[in-house]
Ligand binder design. Structure first.
Ligand code: ATP
Ligand code: MG
Length: 269
């Protein structure tokens, strides 16, 4: 295990592979609070990586800096070989960022299938979103085919026509995941996808997440409090504590590290 890894060559990862995401020295302050202090993190193409840390450690703020929803006070973000530090949110999405939110964000009134079709349009279509939302545009066979494939992959074909508000939280989280995957992101940022789920739903999510990411070749950066879920899904972990990256390395090494257990896990393991 290493602490706060630094690499000599920008965009190169400690083991020599080219990084898909390479964030270096990200600092973010909010009116006197340093939410992030020189935080660095890298994700290789197709890699499943975890970001853990106690409440208020800065995980969501870090995501928002990656996505362009917050602007860091210092540091830079490279994605797919390009400096995106100053790129607006929508341009980053087009480059291949997908995300789910800590609080579920779905369109009440739309069905599960419509959620997937909308996401597909966002990637492939040239029809303005408002026409889709008002159901004024026709769906093509290709679009329906891709949405059907995602329903199948998630095992929720029977829910296709259900309005999203009729679903359990567990099922809604799956829809959110499917919607993010519909855009075929190179990197999927998941902010506490198990939040509000019971153990069975969490186990199902872990299984599907790992398989879907592997099948699609999508890299995943997973923020999660549920250590079981993290352990099942990711091969490498970064640990944030009070805005500082205190450790990183292979999952088992990090989770068995005494300093990490003391700072974060406490009596949870
Ligand atoms: N917009 C904001 N304005 C002021 N302070 C903020 C803002 N966003 C986050 N913070 C502060 O930054 C710190 C990091 O918060 P953040 O939400 O990133 O933590 P987190 O690791 O995601 O926590 P949690 O596990 O509870 O989701 C906290 O002290 C928080 O209060
Ligand atoms: Mg958070």
């Amino acid at each position: 295990m290493t602490t706060a890894p630094e690499t000599a060559v920008p965009g190169a990862t400690p083991n020599g592979g080219a990084a898909l995401l390479d964030a270096r020295g990200i600092t973010k302050r909010f009116a006197g609070i340093t939410a992030l202090h020189e935080v660095s993190l890298d994700v290789r193409p197709g890699e499943l990586v975890g970001l853990i840390g106690p409440n208020g450690a800065g995980k969501t703020t870090f995501f928002n800096c990656l996505l362009g929803m917050e602007h860091p006070d210092a540091g830079r973000v490279n994605f797919d070989g390009r400096d995106i530090t100053n790129l607006p949110v929508y341009k980053r999405a087009r480059l291949g960022f997908g995300r789910t939110f800590q609080r579920l964000e779905v369109f009440v009134g739309l069905s599960v299938l419509e959620h997937f079709l909308l996401a597909d349009r966002a990637r492939h279509g040239d029809v303005p979103l408002w026409r889709d939302l008002l159901r004024m545009s026709r769906t093509t066979a290709d679009e329906t085919g891709r949405a059907d494939a995602m329903l199948e992959a998630l095992g929720i074909r029977d829910l296709a026509d259900k309005p999203i508000e009729a679903l359990s939280l567990g099922r809604s989280r799956l829809v959110e995941l499917g919607r993010a995957l519909m855009t075929q992101p190179k990197l999927l940022l998941l902010d506490e996808p198990s939040s509000g789920l019971d153990r069975k739903e969490t186990a199902a999510l872990a299984q599907r997440l790992r398989r879907l990411a592997e099948e699609s070749g999508t890299a995943v950066l997973l923020v999660e409090h549920d250590i079981d879920l993290v352990q099942q899904v990711v091969s490498r972990i970064f640990v944030l504590d009070f805005g500082t990256m205190i450790a990183s390395g292979p999952t088992e090494d990090v989770l068995s590290d005494a300093a990490v257990r003391k700072a974060y896990l406490g009596d949870m393991v």
